[in-house]
Design a protein around this ligand. Structure first.
Ligand SMILES: NC(=O)c1ccc[n+]([C@@H]2O[C@H](COP(=O)([O-])OP(=O)(O)OC[C@H]3O[C@@H](n4cnc5c(N)ncnc54)[C@H](OP(=O)(O)O)[C@@H]3O)[C@@H](O)[C@H]2O)c1
Length: 253
């Protein structure tokens, strides 16, 4: 994608990776729209970045996605970049007598269903532009399962597979399909301690490297891979799948 002059919608733009990308792409000369549930953060982020637009959205239900998509279509007919970044994570313990699946169902809705629904609703707008990009934030856990949270990793594996198929369907259009697969990054996705976990990649370093990849058009077959995620991305090919699975398994035991 070109790095400036776009109209970009970033879901999950109120915090973490979405906020970081929104601010960096705003600074590069794009019209950036951020979406999320927390109105105070939509106001704060757009207030700190004059010209950025905050739109309230709850992607936790099909009705919420439909209302949001309708508002975007009505207000931003120039939209040419959609970054489906909103996501949640959770843990499930299938050794329990009664497995609490409420978070798992919410994760499937937010990480999969809303992305499919929003993308389908906004693709006609994207296809109407001379150049367009549809992106999804997946995860290194799309490529090696994460035993403490089986559903979370599986939602990301689903999106990887879906994006590969979508890229083929859209290859004769001007819509580029990107997968942004982060490694473990310092955000509050997994709780407040993650934001300062020294094992996680600093957020600014991650955002800077992603923007550099976008700017230099060096996504590998549509995948935006920073150096730190490559061991997971290529684990199976490199014969390291079991090694990583064992490492993650020890976090569950
Ligand atoms: N951090 C990591 O280590 C890591 C690694 C791999 C992949 N990822 C992926 O990166 C993406 C961003 O996560 P993050 O790490 O930046 O975590 P984060 O700071 O918790 O951001 C998650 C974002 O998603 C939004 N969101 C969640 N549920 C929503 C809903 N129902 N409706 C609308 N917006 C919703 C949140 O906004 P509101 O709360 O304001 O609604 C927030 O802006 C996710 O897809 C995540 O799976 C993160």
């Amino acid at each position: 994608m070109k790095i400036s002059g776009n109209c970009i919608l970033i879901t999950g733009g109120t915090s973490g990776i979405g906020r970081g990308l929104a601010e960096a792409l705003h600074a590069k000369g794009n019209k950036v729209i951020i979406a999320g549930r927390r109105q105070n953060l939509l106001d704060e982020v757009s207030g700190q970045n004059p010209g950025m637009i905050g739109v309230a959205a709850d992607l936790g239900s099909s009705a919420g996605v439909e209302a949001f998509a309708g508002e975007v279509k009505a207000r931003f007919s120039d939209l040419n970049v959609l970054i489906n970044n909103a996501g949640i994570a959770g843990l499930e313990d299938y050794t329990a007598d009664s497995v609490d699946l409420s978070r798992a169902y919410d994760t499937i809705q937010t990480n999969i269903s809303s992305v499919v629904q929003l993308s389908a609703a906004l693709l006609p707008t994207l296809r109407a532009q001379p150049h367009a990009t549809l992106a999804v934030t997946t995860s290194g856990l799309a490529f090696v399962p994460y035993p403490p949270g089986p559903v979370y990793g599986a939602t990301k594996a689903f999106m990887h597979n879906w994006l590969d198929a979508l890229r083929v369907q859209l290859r004769k259009t001007q819509v580029e399909v990107l997968e942004i697969a982060p490694p473990y990054v310092q955000t509050e996705l997994g709780g407040p301690r993650q934001a300062s976990d020294p094992r996680a990649m600093p957020l600014k370093d991650y955002v800077d490297e992603v923007v550099q990849i976008l700017e230099s058009n060096s996504a590998e077959k549509g995948e935006v891979l920073v150096e730190r995620v490559k061991p997971l991305r290529w684990a199976e090919k490199n014969g390291e799948y079991d090694k990583f699975l064992d490492m993650f398994a020890s976090m569950h035991d």
